[in-house]
Every structure is written in C-alpha cells, then in structure tokens.
Design a protein around this ligand. Structure first.
Ligand SMILES: [Zn+2]
Length: 75
C-alpha cells in the first residue's frame, strides 16, 4: 500500500510537440528572437502602432472631459 501518488505520473505525459518556428503576427515571416513575436523591429512597430491606435480610439470615444470638469466645479 501507500502508492497513492502513482497515478500522478500518468498525467505527466504530454504529447511532444516539435518546436515550430513562430511566425510574425504581422507578416507571417519567421520571427526573430530579438523581436519576438515579430520578425523585425518594423513589424513590432506596426503592431505597437496598431495597439496604440486602438487604445487611443477607446480612450477618445467617450468625450466626457468637459462634463467631468464641469461636475467637479459646480457652484
Ligand atoms: Zn514581420
């Protein structure tokens, strides 16, 4: 007795995946480790700009700047 932890070894087996070369999220070229997950600084910049544009449009959507300022200065 005392083999309670024997079953754990079964779940330790994982399907071995071959390390596939990751692809650039922008242009699908093989990524450069320096710029992972992108193939180059250019693609990293492209993604960064996309991301920034997204967050800007989200932040800029509710134009409540005036309302907020108005609410804090009620006389
Ligand atoms: Zn790329």
């Amino acid at each position: 007795m005392g083999g309670g932890s024997v079953g754990v070894t079964a779940s330790d087996q994982k399907p071995k995946k071959k390390a596939q070369p990751a692809r650039c999220a922008i242009c699908s070229k093989p990524v450069d480790p320096k710029y992972t997950p992108f193939c180059s600084k250019r693609c990293a910049d492209v993604d960064l700009h996309r991301w920034l544009n997204n967050s800007y449009s989200i932040a800029g959507a509710p134009a409540d700047d005036d309302a907020a300022a108005d609410g804090s200065e009620q006389d």
